[in-house]
Design a protein around this ligand. Structure first.
Ligand SMILES: C[S@@+](CC[C@H](N)C(=O)[O-])C[C@H]1O[C@@H](n2cnc3c(N)ncnc32)[C@H](O)[C@@H]1O
Length: 423
């Protein structure tokens, strides 16, 4: 095991890095199948909600509404159409591998997954809405504030082709925006969710021309303004990125992927994070790994600017939820100089149209910042051992909590002893 990589025997990862490629391939297939099943479940919930509505309205009107019954069928067909789109995007899934990020423009999916916890879920639920809001013609004419801020930080006149890392790349819209401004940039994407990474890779390489029923999915879950919108379709038409784009992709948890030994390719002029800080299991670890990448870049005379735009509303399953000032404090302590720091109020992530389609809207207060490592300071590269130590202490605390809970509840303890004996 390389000296500066996290030791998986002490901190079990998911799946263990030693897992053989066949197992990893079936794991990705499994994750993608779960994603499709989640979407099927979503369809069944929506259909059930619609049926309940029809029964209630029929009872109220004292006659069965046959039009409504037909509409339910049409919504079901809309879902099935969307499912077929999902399946074309997701099969065959990208397979995990454990190589380092490729410097070549070919996709080089790799995985050396997260230790704290896998957060793979919700991708099927958000994938199609995200395709619509990030990649469809209606929306791509509007560049969301996050991408315009992050691309405004790129130096277009430096005279050299910069290297840019985008952790948590989602569907890659930021990469499109970066390459629009700097076609000769080398862009490295990282994405944790296998379904998302698979769709991303497919869209970026093959483009996408497809109709999606944009509203069926939301029709049962958020208040609709007009029931007529349920069967609305959106045409998504995305050109593939030009063959000569310098683009690569790493698939896996950001911290784990970049805690492996770094090489000369891991030197970045920019690290751009958009709507991701509140999605990673442990933001302190993310800050530390970005510092490690900045130090590695510095050793090759490249000064990394880390620019961020996004909320801190903390996704489900994220255990460490810091406040904005706590994050600023950690950045400063780690030797980052704050070049820009601002909270933007009420930003839309998915929905940039003026007309209200639903009675709920997603608006976020976003933290935007740009930081660089202090040139005047020397830093020790002890980051991996600090992450390990942090994990060790957290684990120790959790183990102690379990012991204390068992002591409080002797029956539970007895039961767990019995379970151990049975084994
Ligand atoms: C809200 S989306 C933002 C996507 C994209 N950056 C954008 O601005 O549209 C967050 C993305 O981060 C990914 N993600 C979450 N945790 C991650 C991790 N630990 N490592 C890498 N990517 C992660 C999610 O799968 C998801 O695609």
């Amino acid at each position: 095991m390389a000296k500066d990589a996290l030791d998986p025997t002490r901190y079990p990862t998911f799946p263990p890095p030693e897992t053989d490629p066949t197992t990893l391939a079936s794991l990705s297939t499994y994750l993608v199948m779960i994603a499709v099943e989640e979407y099927e479940r979503e369809r069944d919930i929506v259909i059930k909600t619609m049926e309940d509505r029809v029964y209630a309205l029929s009872a109220y009107n004292n006659k069965l509404d046959t039009d409504a019954e037909q509409e339910i069928e049409a919504v079901r067909e809309g879902f099935n159409h969307n499912l077929a789109v999902l399946q074309t995007l997701l099969f065959p899934p990208l397979s995990y591998s454990s190589s380092l990020p490729s410097p070549t423009p070919t996709p080089a999916p790799h995985h050396s997954p997260s230790s704290p916890q896998p957060l793979q879920s919700s991708s099927s639920y958000t994938l199609l809405p995200q395709i619509i809001t990030h990649l469809s013609r209606e929306y791509t004419t509007v560049v969301p504030a996050s991408y315009s801020y992050l691309t405004s930080k790129l130096d277009l006149d430096s005279g050299r082709a910069p290297k840019i890392l985008i952790p948590g790349a989602g569907l890659g819209r930021l990469a499109y925006e970066v390459l629009k401004k700097l076609p000769n940039a080398t862009v490295e994407l990282n994405e944790f969710s296998v379904p998302m990474a698979t769709a991303l890779s497919r869209i970026i390489h093959n483009g996408l021309t497809v109709d999606i029923f944009s509203h069926v999915q939301s029709s049962a879950t958020v208040g609709e303004v007009s029931s007529k919108n349920r069967l609305q379709k959106v045409q998504v038409s995305v050109l593939p990125l030009p063959q000569n784009s310098q683009l690569s992709l790493t698939t896996g948890d950001f911290v784990t992927c970049y805690s492996t030994p770094l090489n000369t390719n891991n030197a970045y002029d920019y690290i751009l994070t958009s709507y991701i800080l509140d999605a990673v299991p442990n933001i302190i670890e993310m800050i530390l790994i970005i510092k490690k990448l900045a130090l590695n870049s510095r050793s090759q005379n490249i000064k990394t600017a880390w620019c961020n735009y996004g909320p801190l509303h903390w996704h489900n399953g994220v255990e460490l939820k810091l406040s904005v000032d706590e994050i600023k404090d950690i950045l400063t302590k780690e030797g980052f100089v704050i070049d820009e720091w601002e909270i933007v109020v009420g930003e839309a992530y998915r929905n940039d149209v003026d007309e209200a389609m639903f009675m709920t809207d997603e608006l976020y207060n976003c933290l935007k910042f740009c930081v660089t490592l202090d040139d005047s300071k020397e830093f020790e590269d002890d980051i991996i051992s600090r992450i390990e130590e942090g994990r060790r202490q957290i684990k120790e605390k959790k183990d102690l909590e379990i012991v204390n809970a068992n002591e409080d509840d002797p029956e539970e303890e007895e039961e767990s002893t019995m379970r151990i004996e049975e084994l």
